[in-house]
Design a binder for this molecule. Sequence first.
Ligand code: MN
Ligand code: MN
Length: 317
Amino acid sequence: MVDEGAIIGQRDEPDLPRYAGIATFALLPGIEDVEHADLAVVGIPFDSGTSFRPGARFGPAHIREHSRQLHPYHQFHDTFPFRNRQVVDAGDFGVGPYDIERAVETIHARAARLVAGGTRILALGGDHTIALPLLRAAAEAHGPLAVLHFDAHLDTWDVLHGASIWHGSPFRRAAQEGLLDLEHCQHVGIRGGIYDPSELDDDRRLGFAMIRSEAFQERSMEDIADQVLERLGSGPVYVSIDIDVLDPSQAPGTGTPEVAGITTRELFAVLRRLRGLDIVGGDVVEVAPAYDHAGVTGLAAAHTAWEVLTLMGLAQR
Ligand code: MN
Ligand code: MN
């Protein structure tokens, strides 16, 4: 961690309003502006793993644009998330759209370089395929990871249309590669369609416990958060948030929307109770701006990323 006095926070020019100028995430400095970054927000504009509506490649820019209103002080946690360590926007990883395997290798290499330098990554997707190379980089540094996965979908599926790596398979591949701590992974918000109940058995075998979307009607947020904390344990955690965990009324701008999802208020109520987790990396994925309305999804994703980033800081402090 850098000396407190040396930390560069959000842009602060008196005559430049928040809506003006080029948007980095939360108007944070670029990685080139600092000597060391404790945490880097990284855009990964890749959506060639998408199975239904494409467009998440435009997610990072959309999320950044809607992150302008993220302020320095977090009221709930009583903390300044950009003051206690150096947080930066590291720009986008450059990945072409035509070759999934090559893109995954590139993302892995770029992420591994940051992680080796002591920088934790919060990625803005992009489709959920990008979680696989990010999990590889994080597991290389920290060992097998407890994954906290918010999503309408399992994402532990196998081959689709001949592809073994796509946005519905990252957690199957990660489990098979030994990147996951199979006793400590947790899905939250699941509800999407499946082909056969055997997929649920598969999913359990790959290390995931499940809290379905319906639980949010039946149980308190505190109860749900307690179960998540108990499941995740005390080891390194990777938080992966597919924006389609939210109801389409709260996040229409996504590639595979599913009805009867949770609200941003419910998502935040659970996230905010997860203080103390050792979050070593994370992502917010599947934001597809072409289907968004009035920036609803962009705003939800930007603020969700801020919640995760703040939690990461509470543990890193
Ligand atoms: Mn999903
Ligand atoms: Mn997903």
